[in-house]
Design a binder for this molecule. Structure first.
Ligand SMILES: C[S@@+](CC[C@H](N)C(=O)[O-])C[C@H]1O[C@@H](n2cnc3c(N)ncnc32)[C@H](O)[C@@H]1O
Length: 231
């Protein structure tokens, strides 16, 4: 069983997700107490995919995050570097064009997509800044990015309860439902280590994105960041 360390070596991250692939969607639902569905709805609204638009869902895993875009009639490409996650996804959603690819070296031409998005994936990418620049490269001028990621609760007392107690409760719960509970130790550690809302916004701007803004969901447990590629 693989557990990635905080330096996020790509082969460790990919094999950790290979290990959890079969039970990934169930574990998500249980650990987030169903909140993931609310977060996914908010992502779909922010992406605002239209029929025939091309949408890249990066780090799509089993493509649960891609479905809301496909349902609008957009052409969605789920891309991920864990073959285990892609395999489970393809079995569940054979109609989607799953593509193997690394976030830091995307297998797409410049200016391809109307919208690019990544849900609960950017935190796992070893070179965050490089991935943000790659996303920018493959987006059409005028196109948009939406990043959905765990973040930092904004109300200090809740932030303490969340990081000190809830995050510590995660691994024992995961032990009951997941095929690789250690992956959820990594999940808790990587959430604590992740930049807060303004720091991630600054990274997006440094990568070239303009009009960067964010919105907190569930009190900042999750944040949606948005940006545009200038025409
Ligand atoms: C927590 S899952 C999220 C899956 C999906 N987006 C969702 O919301 O359910 C994170 C995914 O990021 C992928 N990932 C991590 N680093 C990556 C990279 N450098 N390139 C492509 N995918 C990557 C993993 O393989 C994993 O499937």
């Amino acid at each position: 069983m693989t557990r990635a360390s905080l330096d996020k070596q790509p082969h460790e991250v990919a094999s950790m997700f290979d290990d959890v692939a079969e039970k990934y969607d169930l574990t998500n639902d249980v650990l987030s107490l169903g909140q993931d569905r609310v977060w996914r709805k908010a992502v779909a609204q922010a992406v605002d995919a239209r029929p025939a638009q091309k949408v890249l869902d990066l780090a799509a895993g089993t493509a649960t995050s891609s479905l809301p875009f496909a349902q609008t009639g957009a052409y969605v490409v789920p891309c991920d570097f864990s073959l285990g996650m892609l395999r489970v996804g393809k079995r569940k959603h054979p109609h989607l064009p799953f593509t193997a690819g690394d976030a830091t070296k995307l297998p797409f031409k410049d200016d391809t997509f109307d919208a690019v998005t990544i849900s609960f994936g950017l935190r796992n990418v070893q070179e965050t800044d490089r991935a943000l620049r790659e996303l920018y490269r493959v987006t059409k001028p005028g196109g948009r990015v939406v990043i959905c990621e765990f973040s930092h609760p904004t109300w200090a007392p809740f932030r303490t309860v969340y990081t000190e107690y809830l995050m510590r409760a995660l691994p024992p719960v995961a032990r009951a439902v997941s095929s690789n509970p250690d992956a959820y130790v990594y999940l808790a550690e990587s959430i604590r280590d992740w930049p807060n809302q303004p720091a991630l916004a600054a990274k997006l701007q440094d990568a070239g994105w303009s009009k960067v803004a964010w919105r907190n969901l569930s009190g900042g447990i999750v944040a949606l960041h948005r940006g545009f590629k200038t025409v």
